[in-house]
Design a protein. Sequence first.
Lengths: 295, 237
Amino acid sequence: MDISWMDRIELFRYALAAALCASVVCPLIGVFLFVRRTSFYGITLPQFATAGVVFGFALLPWWVAHVGLGGLDLDTALSDSHAAMNYHFMWAGAFTFGGLITLVLLGRRGGSEIGRVAAAFAIANAATYLFGRVSPVGKSLVDELLQGEILGVGQHEFETLATVLGVVLVVVIFFHRDFLIASFDRDGARVLGQRVIVFEALLTTITGLTIAVGTMTLGPTLVFGLLVLPPLAARTYARSMMSFYFAASAIGVVSTLLGIVASFELDLPLGAAIVGVAGLMLVPGLVVSRFAQRA
Amino acid sequence: MAPLLVLRNASFGYSNRATIAGVDLTVDAGAFLGIVGENGSGKTTLLRGILGLLAPLAGTVERGTHAIGYVPQRESLDPLYPLRADEVVHMGAYGRLRGWRGLSRADRELARSCLARVGLAERATATFSSLSGGQRQRVLIARALMVNPELLVLDEPTSGVDRAAEVHILELLRALSREEKRAVLLVSHHLRLVRETVDEVLLVADGRVERGSASSMLHDELIERSGSAGSNPLTRA
C-alpha cells in the first residue's frame, strides 16, 4: 500500500517534530563539546544513556515487584515504554550523569583524556549488550535503540523531549557568553569575576540532560550524530562564534529535513538517515578547506 | 593615593605546601614591574596569587576595588574557537553583563577604542587565530583595557613574537604605565629585555621574592648565567 507524504507526516508527526527539536539544540551543545575538545563525550555519553535505559529494562521485573511503578503491571510496563517513561528517563539520566561526573573527576587527575573517554565508551557499549542479554525484552530492544529507528516516538515522549530541550535552549541563549569565556579562558573569566565553576556545572548539566532525554527518545545514533557532525561541518564556514552557533544549528535542521526525505523515499531508518545526511554535509567543507590550503 | 595592591607576608602554593613564602609587596599607580625567575621558581604561582586565582596559604592580599586587567599567555588560548578579534575584546565586558543583557552600544564603542589603542582597529573582524602572535597579544591587551584597569598583569607578553611586535608591545605597555598611570606587572623569562624596559624587578628564587631596581637586580652576570638571550629592541631602535 502506498502512503502519501501527508499521511506519513501525520502518522509520524511526533517523531518528526522530536527529530527537528533535537536538530536545533544538539548541535548547539555540540559546539561547546567541540571547542572544549570534548567531542568524544558526545559519542560516549549517549552510550551511557543507552546502557542506562537497557539496565532499566533489565531491572524492571524486580522494580515492579518490590518498588512499584504507579500501579503498572510488568506486562504493561514492558510492552508500552511510554507508560514507564519517567522510570526510563531516571535510568538514562543516572547513567549519563554518572558517566559525565566520573569523566570530569578523573579528568582532574590528568593523563590521557582520549584514552579515558575511549575506555568509558568501550565499557558502556559492553554494558549495553550485557544488560540487554538479561533484560526481559532482550536483544530486540538493544537493536532497536542502536539502529536509530525513531518513528515510534509518541506524544508523551515528544512533549518530554521538547520541554527539556526548550529549557536547554533558553539556558544556552541566556548564558552562551558565560559558557564561552569559561571555556576559552578560564583564568581570564575568573579575574573578570565570572563564577566559572557554576557555569561549568550548568553546561555539564544541560549537556547531560540533552543526552539523557535525547538518547531515551531518539536513540544514541541520532543524538551523537547531531552532537558531533553539524558543529564539525559548521566550523569550516564559521567566521565568528555567533555564526558558528547559527551554522551548526542550521546544518542540523537541514540534515534532519533531508534525512526525513531520504528515509521516506528510500525506506531507511530515520535516525540513521539523518546522521548519514549530516555526514555528507562534511564533504563541501572538506573540499572548500582543501582548495583554501592550495590557494 | 592608596596602593593598588598590598601583599603582607603572603605565602602561595599548592596542596598546602608553599612554593613561595613571606612575600611583602606594594604596587602603586603607574608602577612598571617585571617578575622574573627561572622556570619552576614560582613566577606563575605569584602571578596567580596576585590575580586572586590562588588563595594565600598565609598572610594577606589586599586588592581593594581596583580593576585588574589580565593578559594570559597567548599559547594558553585554543585557536579552535572561531572568534573574531572584536569578540575576544568584548569578553572584557562580560564581567558586567547580567542575564539577557547583551553588549551595549557603549561597550561596543569602548571595544573599538581599545582595539584602536593597541593599533588594531582595522583588524576588528579578522579571526583571532588568523592574526600574528604579536597582533593576538595586542588583542588580549585590548580585552584587558575593557575593564579600564588600574593594574595590568601580563604573563609572558612577548614570548614567541618577532622583534617588531616586541617593540610595539613594550612601547604600548610603557605608554600605559607612564601616560595613563596604570600599574603594569609583567612576567617574563627574558631578563635582558625586562632590565631595559621596566622600572623595578621582583626576582623569584628559592621560594622568596626580592624587589629592587631593574639595573641592580639583573646584572650582567645573572643574565649570562640564566642564558637569557636577546637585547631590548626599544634601546636598539
